[in-house]
Design a protein around this ligand. Sequence first.
Ligand SMILES: [Zn+2]
Length: 585
Amino acid sequence: MTAAAEPAEQLWSRCAGCASLLYRKRLRRNLDVCPECGEHTRLGAPERLRQLVDPGSLRLLPDRLPEADPIDFVDVLPYRHRLSAARISTGLAEAVLCATATIGGQPAALAVMDFRFLGGSLGCAVGELITRTAERALDDRVPLILVTASGGARMQEGALSLMQMATVSQAIAALREVGLLTVSVLTDPTYGGVAASFATNTDLVLAESGARMGFAGPRVIRQVIGRALPEGFQTADFLLRHGQVDMVVQRRSLRGRLAALLAAARAGRPARPPVPRQEPAPHHERLAGAVPPAVADGHRAVGERPADDPTPAVRDAWDTVRTARHPGRPTTLDYLDSVFDGFVELHGDRLGGDCPAIVGGVARLAGRHVMVIGHQKGHTTADLVARNFGMASPAGHRKALRLMRLAARLGLPVVTLVDTPGADPGISAEEHGQAAAIAENILTLTVLPTPVLAVITGEGGSGGALALAVADRVLMLQHAVYSVISPEGCAAILWPDRSAAPQAARALRLTAPDLCRLGVVDEIVPEPATAAHDDPAETARRLRAALLANLLPLLDVPPAMLVRLRRQRFRRFGATRAGVRAVAR
Ligand SMILES: [Zn+2]
């Protein structure tokens, strides 16, 4: 982190805001804010930490983790090469730097993301490091501050990067439970899976001047709506106007504001001694004997399908994507008719909307009352349009949240049916806080005191899917897919063009057998030959059997134990977990 002598051409830099030629030392003295126009230039994590904390108080936390390339990802370059290049160019081990320090004399734990490192993307190591920082905050009984700068989840780590949204969120939930303040500071840019989890499900959200934050990036939204975006869209002032952040703060005021907030949070709670730090015993030891075998057992390997299953040979990942999107594939409403009885639909988020892309309500499964929530697509173009192609709005996520909480109060298990290309990437969705809506669902599911069973029935599209899929057991229909990004989206970013979608589909490891091996999915529900759309009745029969086999053991587990086991399930996706290495080669 020590600066070497700078070459002459780096003595000056040109402001991106006003094009003034600025003397670098003068710019740095001004906290990298242009003295001419006020443009806030992006900061690396080391410089950000230096600016935020009291001099002499910084203690960096360990940042070295075993090399992680959990799905052996290769696009035009192997992921390992991209990682090495990022390490060399930034001098950092990963896209986050974590520390303890004081700010205005107030102790805190901090995790600061660095956009220069692979776009600040959230992979297993980043998730693990932020989670450990949150756990350190819990042990030390100090507030947690997260400074975000990220393009989203790291697609080179597939669905495992998506899981990090849940892992970090549940660590934040643990701080909420004991009344420790969590603060996120949005810096430019903060998007995707980071925006839709720990950047927005903290107690307080501050936006630095010049920051932009959103669930969908401007390029994606422009593509979808086919026109230019309004002036100032997704900027800090936009976020403030739409109620999504507590304040917009100039860089020079950030430290003072944080100090004041930390002081208020400290004044409001009696001093409690920190918990002595020690490595926790593995959960399986602590919970031994208390867990029903079917719950503790983990996932069923893909080879262990029922003997009568006439499953054809493994098909290509791109073929599977096409099957998962087949217009004849049964929808959530089809399953509510065929698998469940007595469905009573419940509408509305109680905040001003009812999203047609999410359906939910009470139903019976083999005589047992359950709350069912799922994405709804359709079989005809008219259906699809009416249901927004199964892409939920913030109102849809908030309706789902309301029904989850209602189920917990009533003691009903929750069954979710996931089939979405992704959350709605529109202007209105961003105005209404799409990222925060998804983030709150993810966090709430990590602590929901009732059984939760999720089934990926068709397309499990990124954060929109995870918003319904943080569950005790995650099942997946044989020809469904579950991915951090669509193959087309991944191809557009990492390959020369979108026509590489079939290669991207293979590289992303988005099929049920892949995800079962990675532990993201616990069990595969076999489909009849050739696929669900050929025999919906048989598909429904198999789904019903799988739901019952997985739900019944959960009903006997006390709610507190369920929550502990669910947290354990999502905690194991960190970069150092042995399971992460056990991938198809
Ligand atoms: Zn300027």
